[in-house]
Design a protein around this ligand. Structure first.
Ligand SMILES: [Zn+2]
Length: 298
């Protein structure tokens, strides 16, 4: 673990250098290179610049952000258990992410720039990195044996855990990731049938310090009548069967909306294999008809 933190510091040094190098390249450009962003005063202070001025003084108001994925796989590799499985791993996870944040804060002081730490889903990298690592280190259980690395500090999507426990474990990472973060709860059933249970989850998120929380629940839409809600075999509004066919004999399907890394998608066709696999592996954290032990946990 000592070696891990040394190696983490070397990687963070590299990221800070890279962010500063990119900033230097961008800062050397002039206002006329960004006719909309700078010429139209979109960026703070850009109205004070002429067309031939360089934009460094304006771009410094932006952020230089380091992101991470796969805390769960990292903890598995270091201790044999991820943070959903062991409190010791959770403590180490907080130490790792807290260290990364501290390094970003130090860089902010040192360079007078807005360095921040982001909890990223890394849509493309989540599959690419695990492929690279599997080639290098082989198949390691809980680390490289899936098609994707787990989103940021999340408890793995395939790990069965209650909504409340997931919120409680992920919440402390939110204030550490000042560049952005989100926690998801996968809910089974139609939230409009038990608004109180739905509200309890939101309140619990707030009490735990979740900065940005999301509840994913199934949403179906009948393209024929426009009804939106849960549709099983029959549309509750127009009464048609989900297997009805059009004049060509094609089934007029029900659109089933799912959420993938923040995108609401009717179909998974356009997502890469890693994200498709992640959606396939997801377990539900609570059922709207059977919310386990809600508010007494507060
Ligand atoms: Zn209908």
């Amino acid at each position: 673990i000592d070696w891990f933190f040394d190696e983490l510091d070397r990687k963070i040094d590299l990221v800070i250098d890279q962010l500063l190098a990119r900033y230097k390249v961008q800062a050397a450009k002039t206002v006329k290179n960004y006719p909309f962003l700078m010429g139209q005063g979109i960026w703070l202070d850009s109205e004070k610049l002429g067309p031939n001025d360089t934009v460094g003084e304006v771009l410094k108001h932006g952020t230089l952000t380091a992101g991470f994925i796969g805390l769960a796989e990292c903890l598995k590799a270091l201790t044999g258990k991820h943070h959903g499985e062991s409190q010791r791993s959770q403590n180490l996870g907080l130490e790792i992410v807290g260290h990364m944040r501290k390094r970003m804060d130090e860089a902010t002081e040192k360079y007078g720039m807005n360095f921040s730490l982001i909890a990223t889903p890394a849509e493309g990298l989540s599959g690419r990195f695990v492929n690279i690592d599997r080639e290098k280190f082989g198949v390691i259980e809980g680390v490289t044996d899936r098609e994707y690395y787990t989103n940021s500090f999340h408890i793995p999507v395939y790990y069965p855990i209650s909504a409340y426990e997931k919120i409680r474990l992920e919440a402390p990472y939110h204030p550490l990731t000042n560049g952005g973060h989100i926690s998801y709860i996968e809910l089974d059933g139609d939230p409009t049938t038990n608004v109180e249970a739905f509200e309890n989850v939101i309140r619990f998120m707030k009490e735990c310090g979740i900065g940005y929380g999301s509840i994913n629940h199934p949403v179906d839409r009948d393209p024929v009548c426009g009804y939106t809600g849960i549709i099983n075999d029959e549309c509750p509004k127009c009464g048609r069967s989900a297997l009805d066919t059009d004049e060509n004999g094609e089934v007029i399907g029900i659109e089933r909306i799912r959420r993938v890394t923040g995108y609401l998608a009717g179909t998974l066709d356009r997502f890469n294999d890693a994200k498709k696999a992640e959606v396939r592996d997801r377990v539900k954290h609570m059922s709207i008809n059977d919310p386990d032990a809600p508010m007494e946990q507060l």
